[in-house]
Design a protein around this ligand. Structure first.
Ligand code: PHE
Length: 450
């Protein structure tokens, strides 16, 4: 039988879980990564495939992750081992949890560096650096920041300390307190920003760019990236949502919550696109300029809008918050495991995990400057970790989660945990998790990687 609580603590309410999981999902992936990848792959068709992946693959896998987490009530590694053993299956399923730990380390190492950019931009906003800035000026500010290893290191360090601080304080006292305040504010600001973008001339062009699919631009790599973006944005495939599920009370509906979380996440991504592309087009900028896009575009908007200094400072603060609530979910699975298996205190576990990620992050930030000529498969560490995690490791983790939930876990367990009574919704979920999700991931993989 399922245990009813986790040794690490529990969310105090269902709302707390929704906020935490949405906080994990909504982050740099929506506001930084989505616009620039959509721009790189030509807009509409990419967005359409991304949304399809969220609906047909993302939501069923999210339900599966929450279900497994809540059934196992431990870190992903121990949850997978326990659940496999209860089914009389090989304990090697715990490797899924191990893969998630590695993936989480890799993601957080570059995530923290980019979160550092958002902190640096907060300071620049507040001090009026962006006032009436033009495209060349914005390019220069970005270049100066990413070219300066010391500065990047300082911000990266501060961000990791912030993550360790929250994680060390535990589930209800740290994670939940943080998200309760941060999430609603973030949402409000994004809406204000979209309203502003709407009033600039190129909104229609941006909407057209994002919503009119041009399938001639849709290469196999673009499809792989759209799927990767769906996994990355929904925080799926590495155990973050699984561990958050393990702190969820047994009565809460998994399907309903997953719909809310995925819906909010996609909404924020689309809003971010609608806030950014009008400015791109109004200023004659190129949509395909890579990971600096948002950092080169937003200062221009803010620089010319009334109250821009206040707005941009607030916006970047909130972007820091969004990154923060995602980053703590990347750290939580490994911290829980260190507590369970090595008997470390939560504080020590958080520090140990944080320091390891911090070290790896140094390689990422150096890849932007001192080590810019060190490349593997033509990519520096930051880009490499980004590509490897989003497009390969997360979908692979998701594939295994789908196979485990649909084929290994007994039907009775999933019926019980999802509380769907073998009805139509359950049967739909089961078809998606057994056939659609695994096949889609496998096909996109094979096509995209060749
Ligand atoms: N979903 C987060 C974002 O969009 C990133 C993330 C990925 C968090 C995987 C946890 C796990 O920014």
């Amino acid at each position: 039988m399922a245990t009813t609580t986790s040794v690490h603590g529990m969310w105090t309410t269902r709302l707390a879980f929704i906020l935490a999981a949405t906080g994990s999902a909504v982050g740099l992936g929506n506001i930084w990564r989505f616009p620039y990848t959509a721009g790189e792959y030509g807009g509409g068709a990419f967005v359409l495939i991304y949304l399809l992946c969220v609906a047909a693959i993302g939501i069923p896998i999210m339900m599966a992750e929450i279900m497994l987490g809540r059934r196992g009530r431990q870190s992903p590694i121990n949850t997978m081992r326990t659940l496999a053993q209860r089914e009389g299956k090989h304990p090697a399923w715990q490797l899924l949890g191990w893969m998630g730990i590695v993936t989480g380390f890799l993601i957080l190492s570059f995530y923290s560096v980019v979160a550092g950019w958002t902190m640096a931009y907060t300071v620049r906003s507040a001090t009026g650096v962006f006032l009436n800035i033009d495209t060349a000026g914005a390019d220069a500010v970005f270049g100066a920041l990413t070219g300066d290893a010391e500065r990047l290191l300082a911000w990266h360090t501060i961000f990791m300390v912030m993550c360790v601080f929250v994680t060390a304080r535990g589930v209800a006292g740290g994670l939940e307190k943080a998200v309760r305040f941060l999430m609603p504010t973030l949402f409000l600001l994004l809406v204000l920003l979209v309203i502003y973008s709407f009033s600039t001339g190129s909104f229609a062009k941006a909407a057209d760019y994002l919503f009119t699919p041009d399938f001639s631009k849709l290469s196999a790599t673009a499809v792989l990236s759209a799927m990767g973006q769906a996994f990355f944005s929904l925080s799926l495939g590495m155990g973050a949502i699984m561990i958050y599920g393990s702190y969820l009370h047994s009565e809460a509906s998994i399907g309903g919550n997953s719909l809310i979380i995925a819906g909010m996440d996609s909404l924020v991504a689309i809003l971010a696109g609608l806030a950014i592309f009008p400015i791109v087009f109004a200023n004659g900028m190129q949509p395909e300029q890579g990971s600096g896009l948002v950092f080169k575009v937003l200062p221009i908007t803010f620089g010319s809008m009334p109250g821009g200094v206040l707005f941009s400072t607030l916006f970047f603060v909130l972007l820091v918050f969004a990154a923060w609530t995602s980053a703590i979910s990347l750290l939580e699975p490994v911290v829980a495991w260190l507590v369970e298996n090595l008997g470390l205190s939560r504080v020590r576990a958080a520090v140990l995990a944080g320091v390891s990620v911090w070290l790896l992050g140094i390689a990422c930030l150096l890849s932007l400057n001192e080590w810019s000529d060190v490349t593997i498969f033509g990519k520096g560490f930051l880009d490499l970790f980004d590509f490897l995690t989003a497009n390969i490791l997360l979908p692979l983790g998701g594939l295994l989660i789908a196979i485990f939930s649909g084929w290994v876990l007994s039907r009775a367990v999933s019926v019980d945990e999802l509380a769907l009574d073998e009805g139509l919704t359950y049967r739909l979920w089961r078809v998606l998790i057994r056939y659609v999700a695994p096949l889609a991931v496998a096909v996109v993989f094979v096509a995209g990687l060749i």
